[in-house]
Design a binder for this molecule. Structure first.
Ligand SMILES: [Zn+2]
Length: 164
């Protein structure tokens, strides 16, 4: 770990409230870890019996909708903005579910379960090749295995089945 201001090697120093925190002795500042934040979206219909998944260009797998949180934006805003951009549908209702940290991408993923408005999906063909509604079982079968998306989808389906 190196200081993102001066490049000095960071040492872990005891912070009186936060425990051991990376510290730059050159800047005399604590350097809390930095990472990107993204939302992932498990989308259901108003009847809450289907899941909408997307297949991106050049990809074989269907995945959840996702997007980076822009600087200054709330995660809730990212959810409604990204879903609208990628499907042209509005989000009727959303619920925060859980988060996972992806070390490869240095990315904190916040998962939301949303209800999409009724209507025709018009995918953003710049990014997405295909968007399709699946039954819960089909979605669980087709989602990329051992992925963050699979873990989020399992939790979303469990939540939706509770309400049936
Ligand atoms: Zn420094």
């Amino acid at each position: 770990m190196y200081c993102y201001e001066c490049g000095e090697k960071l040492a872990l120093v005891l912070h009186n409230q936060e425990g051991l925190v990376p510290f730059c002795k050159n800047c005399n500042e604590y350097r809390f870890p930095q990472f990107a934040t993204a939302v992932t979206i498990a989308a259901t219909n108003r009847a809450k019996d289907k899941i909408l998944l997307a297949r991106h260009k050049g990809q074989q797998d269907f995945i959840l909708f996702a997007g980076y949180v822009k600087k200054g934006e709330t995660a809730e805003k990212t959810v409604t903005r990204e879903f609208k951009e990628e499907t042209k549908l509005n989000v009727v209702k959303y619920k925060y579910m859980s988060s996972r940290y992806n070390a490869v991408k240095n990315l904190l993923l916040l998962n939301f379960l949303i209800i999409a408005e009724n209507g025709d999906v018009q995918p953003d063909y710049n990014e997405i090749e295909e968007v399709r509604w699946f039954t819960f079982d089909e979605a669980l079968e087709i989602i990329r295995k051992d992925s963050d998306a699979e873990a989020f989808l399992k939790a979303a389906v469990a939540e939706l089945k509770k309400g049936q």
